[in-house]
Ligand binder design. Sequence first.
Ligand code: M6R
Length: 588
Amino acid sequence: MCGIVGYAGKRRAAPLLYAGLKRLEYRGYDSAGIATLAEKIEVKKCTGPVANLRAAVDLKGTCGIGHTRWATHGAPTAANAHPHVYGRFAVVHNGIIENDRALRKMCEARGESFSSETDSEVIAHLLERLYRGDLLEALKRVASVLEGSYALAVLCADEPGKIALAREKSPLVLGRGKLGNFLASDVPALVGACLEICPLRDGEFALITESEVTMSEGERFISPDWLPLERGRGESGKAGHAHYMEKEICEIPAALCRSRETASGAVFSRVREELCAAKNIRLVACGTAYHASLAAKYAFEKLARVPAEVTVASEFRYQDPILSENSAVIAVSQSGETADTLAAAKLAKERGAKVIAVVNEARSSLSALADETLPINAGREVCVAATKSYVAQLSVLYTLAASVAEAQGRRGYGDLLSELPSLARETVKAGRAVGGWAPHFAAARSAYFIGRGADAVTALEGSLKLKEVSYLPSEGYPAGELKHGTLALIEEGTPVVAVLTSQELAEKTMNAVHETRARGAKVFLVTSIPAYAGEKGLTGCVVIPPCTEVYSPALAAIPLQLLAYYVALARGCDPDKPRNLAKSVTVE
Ligand code: M6R
């Protein structure tokens, strides 16, 4: 969730660290800090965005570490910002130390006082206590008493020019370039500075200096497996858009085109075979990726007539899932770093299941763990709210469902997917009209999204998007379920968005629309059936192009993403960086 960067080289570290943190800000943005080591450790911290740390670029030294925080333990104050310094050590940490209370008590009992409320500071205290003249060895000793998850980078005033690292259940990547050696929690921080990268695995340690990188697992030294860092992995700014969210919604047609490349590879064919042979298919994911999985379940069952079960990843391992070597588990994740999805995938592997990762970041922890990886190729997504990645996930999952259907003699569904990019282009255009709906939502106390069949999934995703970026309380509901309780919340002026793309279920959805209208709701319709656009009593309507009903969430989500964007603006919120959230949720 938080972002980590580090550098040991010939140049001044602080400006490079600052630039790296700017690129990682999407991982957390409540406070930030940099520590460099010249003659001594110097630290600068700030609350709020990385831009507030501008003054830190003056710090001296050619070796340093930086951090952008998403608070877990302790409020987003400067004291709680990393790096945490104690004695000779400065530490940046991502993850959660689960036995922090016991460790902190032990340190306090020795008379040590803490300057922050974080779980991370205890690591600096333990380092000071267990240091015997060798930074890396001290870090190994400390790691052996830590429980939980961590990506750690540590400076020691007694060992200038060195950074020691450790990884356990939280991503950490090494990078080397012309200017020296780098580390980061996430590859985007290294783009432009490094030519090669090497992701650390759980249980691995490393030590970097200006000229050397050493890696070890326990006492065993291992040689780094350097991979080229492709150019073009960075994002090209907002490209004239006011926000990344808007830009990324506009990129959906291109993302859909690229997502189709996944279907042509050998990996895809192997995955199809696995799925055809599997006795049960399970999908695990969180948030928006969970909604994509729900839509995929619908496609597997409707098109291929294969049962598929979807579980929120954070619940999966606590349900003691029934899995065997005949199970296929599809783990869906934009970042490939979501802790809950990783834990679910790990459990699935331990129980013998084949794990297939559907990810946007192909060099992620999830793909390293999975048996097979299907990239969605959406391109880098900067806005915390997932937009183009959702639609690209749908595209890859639909392609899979269609090809399993085809293997069973149900042909033709794959071809229909080729129309999606151009239909999405029309949808983005038509969807802009929802900008006119925004004032009705901006002034409301809550909003509701309803739909049936595949449209019920779109309702869930539309609601998540709206609350995430505009902070307007909202619920997504299967339209038929509304009258079993939630209808009680509809009052004069409550905005209700109805999604209607299924001819078969249209009248049933409209019944729910009438029921909410009768209670005073303002109803906004997103439909691919023009006949319903003229329905009496609608406050707003957007007609999107028709497509096969099963695939409709890929289009119907677009106006709802745009609606969330416009409502966020109308309510004065920054849609790219919603409060309390981070792009990649690497803690349980
Ligand atoms: O990287 P992931 O796809 O695994 O992330 C899962 C969720 O955290 C993510 O989809 C989240 O719900 C988004 N911010 C929603 O827009």
